[in-house]
Each structure stands twice: as structure tokens, then as C-alpha cells.
Design a binder for this molecule. Sequence first.
Ligand SMILES: *Cc1c(COP(=O)(O)O)cnc(C)c1O
Length: 455
Amino acid sequence: MSDIPYKIYLEEKEMPSAWYNVRADMKNKPAPLINPATLKPMGFEELRGVFCDELVKQELDDVTPYFEIPDEIRSFYRMYRPSPLVRAYCLEKELDTPAKIYYKFEGNNTSGSHKLNSAIAQAYYAKKQGLKGVTTETGAGQWGTALSMACAYLGLDCKVYMVKVSYEQKPFRREVMRTYGAAVTPSPSDTTNIGRKILADFPGTTGSLGCAISEAVEAATSTEGYRYVLGSVLSQVLLHQSVIGLECKAAMDKYGIKPDMIIGCAGGGSNLGGLISPFMGEKLRGEADYQFIAVEPASCPSLTRGKFAYDFCDTGNVCPMAKMYTLGSRFIPSPNHAGGLRYHGMSGVVSQLYHDGYLEARAVEQTSVFEAATRFARIEGILPAPESSHAIKVAIDEALKCKETGEEKTILFGLTGTGYFDMVAYEQYNNGTMTDYIPSDEDLQIGFSQIPEVK
Ligand SMILES: *Cc1c(COP(=O)(O)O)cnc(C)c1O
């Protein structure tokens, strides 16, 4: 055994003091957000009606490499950060691989995922602006929980539109949010115009993320003193999540470890973007080289099979439009999909990096994801979130390839969270009733046909 500990903990004082903005080092910047009505790029004045001022500035800034992390956010981070970088000795042994496997564990807080890193930042800037509250949507509930925690801490109102099917099927998630003081509304609801319209057009619908986003945006823009916040996709969220990669890099540098390969699961791209940012910066500046792999569900394959185009971010077409890899805003994964990462689009930053060939993407089927999750849980102890398990799956695949070739590669992956609220999906897997569904080209064509033409 080498002298690298199982867990590499940074000291509190070694926590990053600034977030890193990878856009500053990108030659091809992500395309600007545009107004869905005028198709013109949206500037500060237009965006500040939806988002907090400071966050709009971060969103629009493609050139400043570092943003200082305010002290108040750093003190909140101290409650659960720095997060551990774990050497997966047990998994390596079980796989009998010469590869060295590390994972950065972000599940060590009550919300159970990395989303808290951006939730506290967004809530802080809303509070600082003197706002009364924020609105958002949540699907499986991790983001809503993280935001509820952050708002409770800062004394900010929090209105969460929760996809109706999750609201009904995940009562524990819902009650965690309410315990932290959030008002949780099942979406679509009759509290917004768009919600009422969707209910009239599709009676009995169980909702979707895109629809909940539209409701949350409408609620924010029509209520005095409120703004909308989003847990992924936006460049500001990637900026906040860079704390993951920065800590990782600091911990690895301490022990002279250089990863060959960095793997992250990709829903909207925020954890992946945050984890890879400082390493990608080195690659973009020509200082070092790494292999980056984004992992997505085969049933929601935005990077591997989507189109790179301007598209709506929500069903109601009220959000700014983004240029991204997308399956079309009306795309909904098949009903048997249980593994999360179901958003139809992808962060503009991650999309541009992928388009320019800096990043690879792989799509994996959910039964293989749960197989990897179970294997990991049994040997490393942590019960991983289904989302995170996409990264575990590819890390295991790569480690097994090393076993074939005898290469001693160093593999780093992001373990974004825990799966305690996902036991219905685990139950399906344990009962052998989980199935895979890969959409056909015809299936995908339906979503593509609704992507607007933007010249
Ligand atoms: C939300 C979430 C993801 C996916 O979101 P990204 O923005 O792609 O990072 C992954 N893992 C967990 C645990 C999540 O809660």
C-alpha cells in the first residue's frame, strides 16, 4: 500500500478563496443567452429582471478568471467543506486493477449533493441585494433541498415548484424542504398562468422539469422582491461548483498526484463543469493534458446524440434561450427511466468544450449504472445517488481496461451525492424489474422537430 491516505482532507484554511471561471481561458466562448421573443443576446438590464444582479454579472463575465468567494459563503462552506478526496483502495482491490482510483465526495451534507455549493452562493447574493425571496423548481428534490437549507440559514423566503410526480412519490424529500422552511408547490399548479394553461391543455399531467421551471420563473417575475434561481446549466452555477475541482486539485497537488482521466456524470453539467474546471484551464492554457469524460444516461443522451443549437430551457419558453447540446425542450425520457440526469439540455460551457473536442461523452444504460452503484456501495460503504453512479460505472469500466492492459492510470471521478431518497429506483433494481430503454432516432426526432430555428 502506498503512503497516500484513504481520505485526503484539506484544512479549512486551505479551502479556495476564489472560484475559477473556466470561460476566461476558453478561446471559443459559450454563446450568449438570448431572449426567446426577440432572439437578441440578453444584457445586464434584461437579465436582472429574472436573476439577482451579482449573479447576472457572473453569468455575463467570460473574461475574469477568478471571483473572490465572500466570507459569509466561506463560513457556510466550512460547515461541510472541504469535502474529502477519497482513494478507493477497497474498490481497486475488488477490481484487481493496477489503476489508482480517487473520488471527490460531495454527499457529506444534509441535502446530500454538491448542489449546496451553488445554493448558498445564489441565496447569499439575493439576500445581499435586499430581496425578500427566491423561487425555483426541483425534480428529484436535491436542488430544492439545497436551496431550502441555504435560504433557511440566511433568512430568505424560498418557493419551490416540485414536479408533481416527485411531490407525490417523494414525500420525504418534500418534507425535508418544508422542515427547512420552504413553501413547496406541486407543478403544474393553478398558482401561475403557465401552470393553469398546462393543466387545461394536459389534464392529469404529472409534470416535468421544464414546466416547473416556467412556473418558478413566472412566480419570480410577477412577485415583488423575488428572483428566480437555477441549480445547474447556467455558467454562474459552474463557477460556484469550481470549488469542487479547486479543492480536488489542491489535495492532489499536496501529494503529487496527477490524474490521467477525470470523469463526471452530466445532467445539466454543473458538477462535471465544476470538477474539471481547474484541470481544463490547464489544458486550455497548454500547461497539462487530461482526458475528460462526461457520462450521461442512454435514455437522455443530450451530448452523445443531441443537437448543438439554440433551444428553450423550459417548456413554457419564458426562460432565456441557450446554445447547447439539446434533445429539444419537450423531450421527456421514457417512463421507466429511474436514474436522474433527465434534463433535455446541457450547460453552454460544457457544450462548447465538448463541441471543440476538449471533452468526451459516454452514454450508459441504467441497469449497468445500478449494477456499478451496488458494487461500489458494497465495497466502499457509501450508498451513491443514481446520478453519481453514472460516473462510477465509467470509472469501473476504465479501471477494468487498465487491468487488461496493465496500465497504472490515475482515475478521478466525482461522487456527487448519496441515494437515500432514491430507494424506489434501487428497489426496482433489487427486484430485477428495472429495464433499459434507448430512444430510437425516430423518438429523438420528435424532440428535435421542436428546436426553433435561430439564425
Ligand atoms: C443534480 C445532481 C446531478 C446532476 O446535475 P449536474 O448539474 O449535471 O451536476 C448529479 N448528481 C447529483 C447527486 C445531483 O443531485
